[in-house]
Design a protein around this ligand. Structure first.
Ligand code: ZN
Length: 194
């Protein structure tokens, strides 16, 4: 086997391992949307967006996409991610993990404030995460969210998207399309004006 083939095999194995790991630690979790879709579908969507859009292939970033919510939403620690997937994957996951001890409004504020200081790869990961969230808001919104709550989340997501813009044309375009669809779906909730 050539050295290039060996590297490629290891990269495929890293991403596959991350997908299986994510499926295990997020087992039983569902997305916020009314349909109750499995949480792993969000992780698969974010990994897929990056795998297809990256101009320079980056297996560690795609692996981090599978794992990006593991520290925030499961008992897995950053140290465990590092011991299994290495320091760069762990640091990418850490860069996009919010501080769970803060209330939601404060977490959103911090996400907007801090995103400019993150690595390029972390901003691409965050952008793909928001594309997935905006699509869910348009296509399968949480049952209990009224128009105001949906508008608040759309504003938060577009504030983050705007700070991640300019790194990848394809993802910028998909984010704009997802935000426009989310906006339309909210407008449709408005009672027709007389
Ligand atoms: Zn996410």
């Amino acid at each position: 086997m050539s050295e290039d083939d060996r590297v490629l095999r290891d990269q495929i194995a890293l991403v596959t391992h991350a997908a299986g790991f994510a499926a295990r630690v997020h087992a039983g979790q569902t997305r916020k949307g009314e349909s109750g879709a499995a949480y792993i579908l969000h992780l698969a969507e974010v990994a897929d967006l990056l795998a297809k859009a990256l101009e320079e292939p980056d297996a560690e970033l795609v692996a981090a996409a599978w794992l990006h919510d593991a520290v925030e939403k499961t008992k897995i620690t950053s140290e465990e991610i590092e011991s299994v997937f290495g320091p760069r994957v762990a640091s990418l996951v850490a860069e996009v993990s919010d501080d769970k001890s803060l209330p939601e409004a404060e977490r959103h504020h911090m996400q907007i404030e801090m995103i400019g200081e993150k690595s390029e790869a972390a901003r691409l990961l965050r952008l793909a995460d928001k594309i997935s969230g905006l699509r869910e808001l348009a296509e399968d919104p949480p049952a209990g969210w009224d128009m105001a709550r949906r508008r608040d989340w759309l504003q938060f997501a577009t504030d983050v998207v705007d700070r991640c813009r300019g790194l990848n044309t394809a993802l910028d375009l998909l984010a704009d399309q997802a935000a426009a669809a989310a906006c339309r779906s909210i407008d449709e909730l408005a009672p027709p004006s007389a």
